[in-house]
Design a protein around this ligand. Structure first.
Ligand SMILES: C[S@@+](CC[C@H](N)C(=O)[O-])C[C@H]1O[C@@H](n2cnc3c(N)ncnc32)[C@H](O)[C@@H]1O
Length: 258
């Protein structure tokens, strides 16, 4: 079980008691500025989770232990288009991912999906993550370091279409890259028999090309799914869907190698 008090370096989710404002901050990182005044995060070191903390303008906040998704959504640097949490968690379901799994992905991008995969394969598993652009990989290294997940990932700068995934044998491969259909022969070399491939496609054209490429190879149980999430306001008297929301992200195509 996690300790119930904040230690220096922990991430805290700071939620305004009355009002909808929230932010994420490192505990023990000194004063941070919010739209409600300054918060001294040093005061949280040793404080129980759920403690009240007051800003320089007298606004009360509750300090909660931040989840991995709070940190990813609020504190990760974004370089390439990232996978949204709703899709990331559905990819976990499509693989049936859990502790001890060995999984590969291309491309790494800013490491948003890498972080979620690494979180779920801990403490014994590993995520082999490949990107052909060093500048993206550098951002991913910084992001994964922010949440102490570097021990569960093996990051490699590599073009998976040209040079494949190396000599790994994995339970699953996730492709979130421009031309996933061109990487499928390489995926087949890296996957264990019965392993899962997941392709994230953002346009109908890419989705169709990916499914066609799977059908031409030894893949069965092909499924195409889309995750639609509608956020609602939680304000009493205003319980209704949010006016503005993300409408389209992409399709999650999954299949098993035989
Ligand atoms: C949309 S981003 C991936 C975002 C990532 N899934 C995330 O959640 O942050 C696509 C990435 O694929 C990489 N990429 C494209 N073609 C590649 C290839 N042939 N081999 C390896 N990486 C590739 C790009 O450099 C880019 O960083």
């Amino acid at each position: 079980m996690k300790p119930h008090v904040f230690r220096k370096g922990d991430w805290a989710l700071l939620v305004e008691e009355r009002g909808g404002y929230k932010t994420v901050a490192r505990v023990g990182g000194g004063r941070i500025q919010t739209i409600r005044g300054f918060i001294d995060t040093d005061k949280l070191v040793g404080a129980p989770h759920g403690s009240e903390i007051t800003t320089s303008l007298g606004v009360k906040f509750r300090a909660l232990s931040a989840t991995i998704f709070d940190v990813i959504e609020n504190k990760f640097e974004l370089r390439a288009q990232a996978i949204y949490p709703k899709d990331a968690v559905y990819i976990i379901k499509a693989i049936g991912l859990g502790p001890g799994f060995r999984v590969a992905e291309a491309g790494t991008g800013s490491g948003f999906l890498t972080a979620v995969l690494a979180w779920y394969v801990r403490p014994w598993g590993v995520v082999y993550s490949f990107d052909n652009r060093i500048e993206h990989m550098k951002v991913a290294v910084r992001n994964l370091g922010r949440i102490d997940l570097l021990n569960y990932v093996d990051l490699q700068v590599r073009d998976v279409v040209r040079t494949g995934f190396g000599s790994i044998r994995v339970d699953a491969v996730v492709l979130d890259m421009g031309d996933p259909w061109n990487a499928l022969d390489r995926v087949s070399e890296a996957l264990k028999p019965g392993g899962v491939v997941v392709i994230f496609a953002t346009t109908v054209e890419h989705m169709a090309k990916s499914v066609e490429a799977l059908r031409k190879r030894n893949y069965v149980n092909i499924s195409i799914e889309e995750v639609l999430v509608r956020r609602w306001k939680s304000v009493p008297g205003e319980l209704r869907p949010e006016t503005f929301d993300v409408t389209h992200t992409g399709w999650i195509i999954s299949a098993r190698l035989v």
